[in-house]
Design a protein around this ligand. Sequence first.
Ligand code: THU
Ligand code: ZN
Length: 301
Amino acid sequence: MNNDVFNQAVKHLAEPIQAQMHQAFAQHPFSGQIPASIMAQLLPAQLPSLLPFAACFAVTPVSDFNVGALVVGNSGAGYIGANLEFAGQALGQSVHAEQAAINNAWLAQETGIKQLFVNASPCGHCRQFIREVAGQEALTVQVLSQPDRPFAELLPDSFGPQDLGNQQALFQQPTQCFVAVDEPNGEPVGEPIGSPAQYQAIIAEANLSYAPYTGYYHSLGLQTHDEQWFIGRYSENAAYNPSLPALQSALSQLRFAGYGLGDVKTAVLAHRVGQKIDMTNQYKTLLTQLNQLELTVIKLN
Ligand code: THU
Ligand code: ZN
């Protein structure tokens, strides 16, 4: 367990909260979540003080511009987010802090989010990403300590899921029932190779992914050298480009726990085959250049 980033980040919090965060994450790595019990002790005006803490998790070799975000889930728990950039890769591989925070809450089985805080004005790409979230009409957005604003004010005349005839929304997506198949017949396979329990966990996350526009449901699991697993899910967007890839979703979670891509030894993609799109090559580009990693693929249908 490497808590260096967490230990540095926590110093930005008020002292009583520091102690509770250390206690909450003494036994297991930091998850990017701030328990509802700790959130409940903060006054609304104190919530922006969590942003410098969140920004410590940013990795910005290109811009040196660290963004921190926080969302409050329907359960009352807080979820931080920070931006990630990848040296030597296309800018389009980056993760924005707001996406990271929303992804964090989504992976934690929240049913939706109530508030977003961020230390820089959310860009157009993030506003479009947020447009896909269930209940976005009621979401409030607060930039630093400025007054909060309804999300709808930040994205007038928006393009959204309904424009493509989609009635689903991120956080309230139906669970899929895909299983691992052997090609070319599309028959279900028996026991998958490797650790069956972990493979089943990755497949379960693929079934919680959100791909209403392409049907390319998938997840991606990363295993560190010290045997921790981080599983990311794909979340698609009506405007396509602001979609968050499953690898980026996993890498963002890995970062909260103090790891980097260099700590990863295994990458497993569980994806639905036979769809109009396929992201295997995009994932291989990032995994190969950054860590010479092979990608194991589980085909689903
Ligand atoms: N960035 C965010 O994380 N959120 C925003 O909405 C504004 C931009 C990040 C992306 C990139 O890593 C850096 O800030 C410079 O644009
Ligand atoms: Zn953005």
